[in-house]
Design a protein around this ligand. Structure first.
Ligand code: ATP
Ligand code: ZN
Length: 286
């Protein structure tokens, strides 16, 4: 049977996390394989193709690769007919308009007649049209943030995450146009035979993703507070409760979403829970 072909960024911000995700799914990639342009896993019908991130939507659209891991910003910019089938939660950033710190920002109309430098002309064009802003787009492929400083443009439209690059170039973010994270895209031409490999891969990815968002929690609690604690920690189906040797006490095991953890922990202490242990989960299958 044919392998499923996955294209990932060869070098850069997405590379390491894309490969880590595949490895977390129990798919073995050989060390030497990672240095080549193509590598094949020896325990899963998956073939990896390493390319520049900008080329990923095209490769997937053409069917040279079946799926790809790429920033949503690149998917939007390229405008190819590929489908996003999973959001991966890493490489989170936003695309924003920024202007020199010394300028007074008066709202979106500030950009009327301005020159905007960007590596994302398509996304910017769409935004300008939707907002009826008549501005001049200067497409450049890199170091966009220096454009205003060297007189190439009045403002920029670029990727922002912490904002420190903007500050370093005496710019300020004035409009957030969209958010982005790494996503999996799939070709419109996926062969039927490969669909089941893709489903298997997605199943693994989803259990890895879910495990990252959840923690396993164990604690000791007085029996008369168990009902209250169970309501706080409903777990996957329901928590496990095991009696302790000491009378009137039980050990409770459950699963908790990481985002809710700190909120819940104070209540647990209030209900007399003791010896609370929280550990990470490697895989989570529901
Ligand atoms: P390539 O050489 O493959 O073309 P690149 O230089 O275009 O790489 P990277 O800088 O490696 O791209 O960024 C890849 C993706 O990571 C971007 O398209 C974006 O989705 C995301 N990204 C970029 N900058 C940041 C950031 N500061 N924080 C978080 N994510 C980011
Ligand atoms: Zn790129």
């Amino acid at each position: 049977m044919d392998n499923l072909k996955l294209t990932v960024q060869r070098q850069g911000r997405l590379n390491e996390k894309s490969l880590k995700l595949i490895e977390d799914c129990g798919i073995i990639l050989t060390q030497e394989g990672k240095r080549k342009l193509v590598s094949v896993s020896r325990n899963f019908p998956l073939e990896l193709l390493y390319v520049r991130d900008d080329d990923i939507p095209q490769y997937v659209f053409d069917g040279v690769a079946d799926i790809g891991i790429v920033g949503e910003n690149v998917v939007l910019e390229k405008g190819k007919d590929v489908k996003i089938i999973e959001r991966l939660g890493f490489a989170k950033c936003r695309l924003s308009l920024a202007i020199p710190q010394t300028e007074k920002y008066t709202g979106k109309d500030y950009f009327q007649g301005k020159r905007i430098a960007t590596a994302y002309p398509r996304i910017l064009q769409k935004y300008l049209m939707e907002n009826k802003i008549d501005a001049e787009i200067h497409e450049i492929s890199g170091s966009v943030e220096i454009a205003p400083g060297i007189g190439l443009s009045d403002s920029i439209f670029d990727i922002v995450s912490s904002g420190s690059t903007l500050v370093g170039n005496r710019l300020k973010e004035v409009e957030v146009i969209c958010h982005s994270e790494a996503v999996i895209i799939v070709t419109p031409h996926l062969l039927k035979e490969k669909k089941s490999i893709l489903d298997d891969l997605l199943f693994r990815i989803q259990s890895v993703q879910r495990s990252k968002n959840n923690k396993y929690i164990l604690l000791n609690a007085p029996n008369d507070k168990l009902d209250k604690i169970v309501k706080l920690l409903p777990g996957m189906k329901s928590p496990t409760i095991i009696p302790l040797y000491e009378k009137g006490w039980s050990s409770l095991h459950s699963v908790i979403n990481e985002n809710e953890f700190w909120e819940v922990i104070n209540k647990l202490k209030e209900y007399g829970a003791q010896g609370i242990l929280v550990t990470s989960i490697e895989k989570m299958i529901i």
